[in-house]
Design a protein around this ligand. Structure first.
Ligand code: GUN
Length: 279
């Protein structure tokens, strides 16, 4: 059975819009976008449309790929100091000559809508809910919750150890309240099939088209697909959806699964930044 991330995300967006309207909130999100990075342009366009739909003002600063690290940090410092801006998002990846860690460190943690700043990562690790939590992991946790998928005591295999998805997600799902036993798998892991086959829930975020095959999945497992890959121009996930859905009890489609949840969580985090800064 499909997990309807698109539908869940739509109802979350509706609730966010209602809160903004009812309370007369004026949240503002500033995007920094490298203009000639085509996928980033698409993602930021989608995020901006979602902002508009719920009543979040978005500002976009488009940057030449040749921008220096110093210049980008200067622009971020200006956004930090601007009281009209509640939240800042620097769309990744950045060009190779820029150290993305230094850029992330430059963002005011209170405006770090992605939850990438070490202060927010540290808060997440100790379970301080005042932090922004990274949008994709938060979206996955929310989706599991809304779908009444139990995580306590379950074996969850996560494929991919990125700071955007795998590592924060492993922390979130193994923490108190979620209580899963998490196996974080990566390119050097051995016996991948063994670990996957043992999992009650598989979450894949490795960016390899159709990597997870039916034979690797336990009968009745829940499969969550974070992948956005293209085969001959067609968007596909990391999981071989057509075949895996025969054994999975629930599976997220691509598109329409995790992607819309990430955007809904971005809107939620923006409103949270706005409320904290206004308080
Ligand atoms: N690039 C891919 N995913 C993300 C994300 O969640 N946030 C940012 N800032 N960049 C990304």
């Amino acid at each position: 059975m499909d997990i309807n991330g698109k539908g869940v995300a739509a109802s979350i967006r509706q609730a966010i819009k209602k809160e903004i309207d009812d309370k007369g909130l004026t949240p503002t999100l500033a995007f920094f976008l490298i203009e000639d990075h085509a996928p980033s342009k698409v993602y930021v366009g989608m995020k901006q449309r979602a902002c508009k739909e719920v009543g979040i003002t978005s500002i976009i600063e488009t940057l030449q790929a040749s921008i220096t690290e110093e210049m980008l940090i200067t622009k971020i410092s200006a956004a930090n100091a601007n009281p009209e801006i509640d939240a800042i998002l620097v769309q990744m990846p950045l060009p190779d000559h820029i150290d993305s860690n230094r850029v992330i460190y430059a963002i005011d943690p209170a405006k770090d809508v992605d939850g990438f700043h070490p202060v927010n990562i540290g808060k997440m690790l100790i379970g301080d809910s005042s932090a922004s939590f990274p949008c994709t992991p938060l979206g996955i946790c929310t989706l599991l919750e809304k779908e009444n998928i139990e995580t306590a005591g379950k074996n969850i295999a996560i494929l991919g150890r990125s700071m955007i998805v795998g590592r924060p997600l492993a922390n979130m799902l193994s923490s108190k309240g979620k209580d899963a036993t998490v196996t974080l798998l990566h390119s050097k892991s051995k016996n991948l099939s063994f670990h996957l086959k043992n999992a009650d829930i598989i979450i894949s975020a490795i960016g390899k088209a159709l990597f997870v095959k039916k034979e690797m999945v336990k009968q009745g497992a829940v499969c969550i697909d974070v992948g956005t890959n293209h085969i001959d121009g067609v968007l596909v996930g990391d999981i071989d959806y057509k075949n895996v859905k025969e054994v999975a009890s629930k599976i997220t489609p691509v598109p329409g699964g995790v992607g819309p949840m990430t955007i809904a969580m971005l809107l939620q985090n923006t409103v949270k930044c706005h409320k904290i800064l206004a308080s």
